[in-house]
Structure formats: C-alpha cells, structure tokens
Design a protein around this ligand. Sequence first.
Ligand code: SF4
Ligand code: SF4
Length: 125
Amino acid sequence: MGIGYTKTYDPFELKESYGIVKDASQWIKDNSKPALLVSRRSCALEVLPKIKGQLPLAIVNEDKCTGCTICYDYFTCPSILPLGNKKAFIDDTCIGCGACVEVCPFKAITIEGEKPEGWDAAWLD
Ligand code: SF4
Ligand code: SF4
C-alpha cells in the first residue's frame, strides 16, 4: 500500500501544524491509506547538548491559570504538570521552546529569559 499524502511541517508553527494534521487525518479517512507527515524540527534530546548557555523557561501565572487542564491533559508537554488545585506548573525540564504559550487560551503562560545564540538553528540541523 503506497503513501499518497506527504507533507513537511514546522511543529513550532502550532496553528499551521494543527491544520496539517487535521487535513491528513481527513485524507486517511477518505482514502483508507497511510499519510506521511515529516517534522522539520529535531528531537529536543538531540538538540539540547548542542546549545550552550542558559535556556529560557516557561512560567505559569497562577492568577491567570484557570486550571482548564488543556496544557497538561491535551498538549502534554512532559514539563507541564498539574497542581492539586488543577492549575498548571512547569518544572525545570522546560527548554523554553514557547509552544505552550500559544496553547493556553487564558494567556497564563509566558517565557522568561532569552534564547541563547544558536538556539533556533540547532533545531533545524
Ligand atoms: S492551559 Fe493555561 S489556563 Fe489551562 S491549565 Fe494550562 S496554564 Fe492553566
Ligand atoms: S516552553 Fe516548551 S518545553 Fe517549556 S513547558 Fe512550554 S512547551 Fe514545554
């Protein structure tokens, strides 16, 4: 069985990625064939050793966080954890990629710190 649907996408472009995955899912349903989606960014475990310097860190503003659960139940970055009151907490495994900032509908997540030199290029090697 051949693959008739192939697309390359940038997972840091969250809205565009969502659209591409949605289109691919529909294509699979309509055609009963597999689709191939290729992420342009490398795995973080491969990228991090190449980056020197302090990484930025995502922070949850507890006053703005409603405990909606979207970031840890649906987005599922492993650095985002639920607190007892359902609000989100981001631990120090965060690499500051910034994807979760777009995910939070209540604008409760911000990034602190600057990306070190070479940060962006390292993901595209
Ligand atoms: S998505 Fe935003 S509001 Fe919802 S739990 Fe996460 S940080 Fe809080
Ligand atoms: S900035 Fe990236 S690594 Fe950090 S919590 Fe958000 S999505 Fe996860």
